[in-house]
Design a protein around this ligand. Structure first.
Ligand code: PMP
Length: 282
């Protein structure tokens, strides 16, 4: 079951007009919220980031936080899996094609649920491969925009190379992955690139830094130079659906000893424990 503009319905019945500005211009924003045992994880933070994205594109939020929360809980209840990945999407609505904002148009609101598939034990034990590429996206990567063509092309580069993610570098510094945030371990310190307009402020990124703080894991938030990425002892990828995944090869070369390292295992354990404790309290 999906949600579209005020109604819950089977996916097959959902229709949007071809003049929707999401279809014509990619004029909209989205969120992905992981759901564990039917509880949305960090929903408030996702809704706050959605507000930031809406503000960034000058689109008034069609719902209050309470209304979003109600819709999210109803969508979870209407879908089978205990663990779900919720997709929330708002576009500037349907209007005659013209770049400038239309007046008096209702935004289109769409939500769907997919089964949440987190990385398997085998994936975590082996780690995954990544490639690097120049970050050729725009300068508002803090907005979770549905216009994802650069990310699509960058991610496909990884797939074509038999890898799972493309790590992006802008002017000699690490920004993030095509669809994830990236952490690096260098000289036994967990390094995170600082938030700003060049990367999406990841909800999982925040959780990882909170866990590092809470577990006494040495960490620093600062710009990470290209050579630090290529000489890292560990590289970690984070996102709401991939949680924390170790990257064990970069551009075909082993990262560190080619195996997931101590920082990964510590943070992975802390993340699972934290998730479970939040779900128990919910
Ligand atoms: N950066 C980009 C470009 C992404 O697409 C994602 C995943 N949506 C992230 C970072 C990770 O964000 P989060 O932890 O909130 O899923």
């Amino acid at each position: 079951m999906i949600y579209l503009n005020g109604e819950f319905m089977p996916m097959e019945e959902a229709r949007i007009p071809v003049l929707d500005r999401g279809f014509i211009f990619g004029d909209g924003i989205y969120e992905v919220v992981p759901v564990y045992s039917r509880h949305p994880f960090r929903l408030r933070e996702h809704l706050l980031r959605m507000q930031h994205s809406l503000d960034g594109i000058g689109l008034p939020n069609p719902h209050t936080e309470a209304q979003w929360s109600d819709l999210v809980h109803r969508l979870i209840a209407l879908n089978e899996p205990e663990d779900q990945s919720l997709y929330l999407h708002v576009t500037r609505g349907v209007a005659k094609r013209d770049h400038a904002f239309p007046r008096g148009v209702q935004p289109t609101v769409f939500m769907m649920s997919n089964p949440l598939v987190t990385p398997s034990r085998e994936t975590l034990e082996a780690g995954v491969a990544a490639i690097s590429a120049a970050d050729n996206r725009w300068l508002r990567c803090d907005i979770k925009a549905i216009s994802l063509l650069p990310n699509v092309l960058l991610r496909q580069m990884a797939v074509d190379a038999g890898a799972v993610e493309t790590i992006l570098l802008r002017e000699g510094f690490l920004t993030e992955g095509a669809a994830s945030n990236i952490f690096v371990v260098k000289d036994d310190i967990l390094l995170a690139p600082p938030k700003g307009n060049l990367m999406l402020p990841g909800i999982t990124y925040d959780v990882v830094l909170e866990l590092a703080m809470g577990h006494g894991i040495a960490h620093e938030v600062r710009k990470i130079a290209e050579d630090e990425l290529f000489s890292a002892s560990e590289i970690l990828l984070t996102s709401s659906t991939k949680e924390i995944t170790p990257i064990t090869s970069l551009d075909g070369k082993a990262v560190g000893n080619g195996k997931p390292g101590l920082f990964f295992w510590k943070l992975h354990g802390a993340y699972q424990e934290f998730k479970n404790s939040v779900m128990r309290r919910a």
